[in-house]
Write a protein that binds this ligand. Structure first.
Ligand code: ZN
Length: 261
């Protein structure tokens, strides 16, 4: 009961962090400062008062519209806040006994939320995020529940994950260039999956590729069925890799050992 209560606090903290993630998602691709100025409406440029800037609640109270010009507020804002809140609560509930891994996995999840939302909006993945994530993965290998052995074995597990992830997407993009004679996989995906490999290890990252392909296919087919896209539409793959990584950090799972054992 006590744990459920604390997880609720983690949820509140998570939506507040989500509100900051939104600022990063909105401003970082345009090289704008994430500190100044305060929040403003992208449509009428009027600054948003604190009571209209309460995560999740203000969106509901205002009915998703700016108080001044009534133009629609992007659904990205409440979606990111809610996702950040839910992940913070779930990870806290699961990993509160290992505070170091809790911090690492949540930090990675926040980075992945930013990367995914920017990929959805701009179809770009900044390599800076992937480098930060890879650094986090390598540096935290000694608390990573996916790895075993002494610290050297753990670092090597992380390095093998980077090589497997980056190598796989590199091979895929090489094949794509031969078959389709054009860029089939974004270069940003190579660095992103390498970084994810540092957190998941060799078999973990292969499992994530399977998970991401499944999630991506479900999403793609739904869009086609809803006539929101056709077979040739560009679809970002980064968010699905990110989702696979978050699932793997929450529940470390190695599909291949599972099948072959
Ligand atoms: Zn406005």
């Amino acid at each position: 009961m006590y744990l459920v209560f604390l997880s609720f606090f983690a949820f509140i903290l998570g939506i507040v962090i989500g509100s900051f993630l939104n600022v990063c998602i909105y401003r970082l691709p345009d090289d704008l400062s994430i500190i100044k100025p305060g929040s403003f409406c992208p449509s009428c440029k009027k600054s948003i008062r604190w009571f209209d800037n309460i995560p999740l609640l203000s969106y509901l109270v205002l009915g998703g519209k700016c108080r001044h010009c009534r133009s629609a507020i992007s659904f990205q804002y409440p979606a990111v806040e809610l996702l950040s809140g839910l992940l913070t609560a779930l990870f806290f509930y699961k990993w509160h006994g290992t505070p170091l891994w809790l911090s690492v996995s949540l930090l990675a999840a926040y980075l992945l939320i930013i990367v995914s939302a920017i990929d959805f909006r701009t179809m770009m993945i900044s390599d800076l995020f992937s480098y930060s994530l890879a650094f986090l993965g390598l540096a935290s290998s000694f608390v990573n529940p996916s790895f075993t052995g002494d610290w050297q074995q753990r670092i090597m597990s992380s390095v093998y994950g980077v090589m497997a992830g980056a190598g796989f997407v590199y091979g895929l993009s090489y094949l794509g260039k031969i078959i389709y004679k054009k860029e089939a996989v974004g270069e940003g995906d190579i660095f992103l999956l390498g970084a994810i490999g540092s957190l998941a290890g060799f078999y973990g990252v292969l499992t994530i590729i399977v998970t991401a392909s499944f999630l991506g296919s479900v999403y793609g087919v739904s869009l086609i069925l809803l006539k929101r896209a056709d077979r040739l539409s560009y679809m970002p793959f980064g968010p699905f890799l990110a989702a696979g990584c978050v699932i793997n950090m929450y529940y470390p799972f190695d599909l291949f050992s599972f099948i072959f054992s």
